[in-house]
Design a protein around this ligand. Structure first.
Ligand SMILES: Cc1ncc(C[n+]2csc(CCOP(=O)(O)OP(=O)(O)O)c2C)c(N)n1
Ligand SMILES: [Mg+2]
Length: 284
């Protein structure tokens, strides 16, 4: 997507903040790759495309307490595209929800870090992995928070291929019907899914117009530009009457040249040689 296609003027956050988030995202990408290579299986492309979104959320947007995961006033995050669990685990470990050493146990039997998020992991709100359910779960959380008169917000991250699931649109209809302004959905629009391009498998465009016609505010952002991401989250918070969909335009495999837009890395981990190459590219 060309820059001029983005439909808002981004805010200019402090340079130090952008620098901090950029450095953090680079480290997290490395953690994700090391974790996946060690496990020998898992979803690399969709984890890397989501790293900047998760970084913006966990290091600037979400209200949360890693030393008190069940803090009632926390914001809630639902990783609806559950296969990107390695990216979430890297963030949760770095924030201090559990020791970093646990990352080395990804996908092992008995590990708290399974291939898809589950409640056995501190900081994970809800089990996901079967695509299509997360927005419905987030609706329930947002409604519950409203009933409890809490001002916590709910964020759900969906894949673009996932948006082909009918339940996503049943949920979207409900979010608008119940005027869930405390709910923000982010779509990781990397244009690829397991079998190829979303435009060819089942075209979901125009995604922004679809959400708007369902009664949502919809904003297109560059999902790798923190100015854009933070602006999108700010607009979402400022809207009092309807849910917001942030359509984050991303690159699958972002950050590693030979993984970017490479469908092969949708569902496979890097080999040792690929890991070395990838880490060298990401640098110190
Ligand atoms: C209901 C369901 N069907 C199939 C799968 C297997 N699956 C895992 S990832 C994936 C593709 C998802 O594509 P997308 O939502 O675009 O994710 P991303 O590109 O961010 O990896 C599929 C079909 C699943 N997890 N759940
Ligand atoms: Mg995708």
């Amino acid at each position: 997507m060309e820059k001029e296609d983005f439909d808002f003027k981004p805010i200019q956050p402090p340079v130090e903040l952008i620098g901090k988030l950029t450095a953090k995202a680079r480290q997290l990408r490395k953690d994700v790759l090391v974790m996946l290579a060690k496990a020998g299986s898992g979803h690399t492309g969709g984890s890397l495309s989501a790293v900047d979104i998760l970084t913006a959320l966990y290091y600037h947007v979400l209200r949360h307490r890693p030393d008190e995961p069940d803090w009632p006033e926390r914001d809630r995050f639902v990783l609806s595209k559950g296969h990107a669990a390695p990216a979430l685990y890297a963030v949760l470990a770095d924030c201090g929800y559990f020791p970093r050493e646990h990352l080395e146990t990804l996908r092992r039997l008995g590990s708290p870090l399974q291939g898809h998020p589950c409640l056995c992991t501190p900081g994970v709100e809800i089990c996901t992995g079967s695509l299509g359910h997360g927005l419905s779960l987030a609706n329930g959380m947002a409604l519950g928070l409203r009933i409890d008169r809490k001002d916590s917000r709910v964020y759900a991250l969906l894949g673009d291929g996932e948006c082909e699931e009918g339940e996503v649109w049943e949920a979207a209809m409900s979010s608008a019907h119940f005027k869930l302004s405390n709910l923000t959905a982010i779509v990781d629009k990397n244009r690829l899914q397991i079998d190829g391009a979303t435009s060819e498998v089942m075209n979901i465009d125009p995604l922004d117009e679809k959400f708007r016609s369902f009664g949502w505010q919809a904003i297109n952002v560059n999902g790798h530009d923190f100015k854009h991401l933070l602006s999108g989250f700010r607009l979402a918070r400022a809207t009092g009457s309807r849910p917001t969909a942030i359509i984050a335009h991303t690159v699958k495999g972002k950050g590693v040249s030979f993984m970017e837009n490479n469908l092969e890395f949708h569902g496979r981990a890097p080999t040792e040689a690929e890991l070395k190459w990838a880490l060298a590219e990401l640098g110190e």
